[in-house]
Write a protein that binds this ligand. Sequence first.
Ligand code: 5CA
Ligand code: ZN
Length: 373
Amino acid sequence: MRLFDTARRDVVAFEPPPTVLMYTCGITPYDATHLGHAFTFVSFDVLQRRLVDLGHEVRCVRNVTDVDDPLFERARRMGVHWLDLAAGEERRFEEDMRALGALPVFSTPRASSAIPDIKGFIGMVVDRGFAYASGGSVYFDVSRFPGFGEVSGYDEATMVALAKERGGNVDDPNKRHPLDFVLWHPSASDEPAWDTMWGPGRPGWHIECSALALRELGPTIDLHGGGSDLIFPHHECERAQSEAATGAPFVRHWMHVAMVGMDGHKMSKSRGNLVFVDALRARHDPMAIRLLLVEHHYRTEWEWRADMPAEAEARLARWRDASTGSGDPGVLDDVRRALDDDLDTPSAVRTIDAAAASGRSVRSAAALLGVAL
Ligand code: 5CA
Ligand code: ZN
C-alpha cells in the first residue's frame, strides 16, 4: 500500500506490521460532530477497513480532549459541569460514528483519565533536560531539540508566524524562545487544577496525545493521523516532546486529512460555519452521508454544497439496484487497488459507478468503503 507521508512530503510505501499501531486525534467534545470531523474519521476508517481486509489487526486509539479551553468556556456559558458537557457530546459523537458505519476503534481515552500519565510524562521530559519550569508553568525547550520543524517542514519564521496566529503565546515573558510551548500551566480560578511538583494547574493541549499514545500503544507507533489543521503546532510539538521523553522515534508515518470548508472557510466550531452530522442524519440515509464523504480524496480540500446529499442518495440507489448476491470479486479487487494507491476513494467510487452501470454486483466493493448496501 502506498500513502502520502506528511513528514517525508511524498507518497511512499506504507509497510504495516501484522498489528498496526495507529493514533488519530479525536474530538474536543463541546459541540456536535460536524462534517469536517466526519470526513477525517471516515477517512481513517477506510484505511482501517483496508488494513483489516489485508489481514492486519488494527489498534487505533482516538482520544477525547475533555480538558481544554473551548470546553471550559462553553460549560461556563451553559452553567453546566465541564465533564457533563464532555460526556454528553462524546456520546453523541459515538452515535454519529456508528451511524456512519465506522468500525469500533481500539480505545477512546479521555484526557481527564491521563493526568497521572501526563505528570509522569512531563517528568521524563524534564529529567532528560528538554523542559524548564518558569512562572508556574513548565515549557518545552525547542532549542534542545534540533529536529523541531521536521514534521511540518516549516522553517522557524513560518512556525513563529503560525504560532502567533494559532494562540501559541509567542510573547509570553516566561518563555526563553517564542516557539517553546506549554507542557503544564496554572488553571484559572474556576477551572479544574491538579497538584504537581511544579505547582497546581492543568496540562497544555499537546501533551495529552503524547502521553496517551505512549500509555495505550508504546513509544513508537506505525501511523499518526488527524486533520491537516493539526500539523503545526500540535503534531510538531507532540513529536518533539515524545522523542525527548522516550529517545525512540515517535511515528513511522504521518497522515493528515484535508479540511472541509463552507462559505470559503474551514468548517469549524469557533467560526460557526457548520453542517452537523446529526442534522443530516435526520433527513438523509446515513450511508448517503458516508458516500458523499468518500467521494472526496482525503488530501483534497472541498466545500460543502447543499445539493450533495441528494446526489449521494441517487448514487446510493444506483448501487443498491446493482447489489445482488455477495458481490463481484473483480469489482472488489479494483477497489482494493484504488485504496492501495494513496487511499484513492474517488477512483474507487468511479469504479463502482461503472460496474453498477454495467449490471455487475457492487455489494462487496461498496462494503470495503464502509457503504453497506
Ligand atoms: N481534540 C483535538 C485533537 S487532539 C481537536 O483538534 N479536536 S477537534 O474537535 O477540533 O477536531 C477533531 C478532529 O477533526 C481533528 O483530527 C481535526 O483535525 C479534525 N477536523 C476539525 N475540523 C475539520 C475540518 N473542517 N475538516 C476536516 N477535519 C477537521
Ligand atoms: Zn491530538
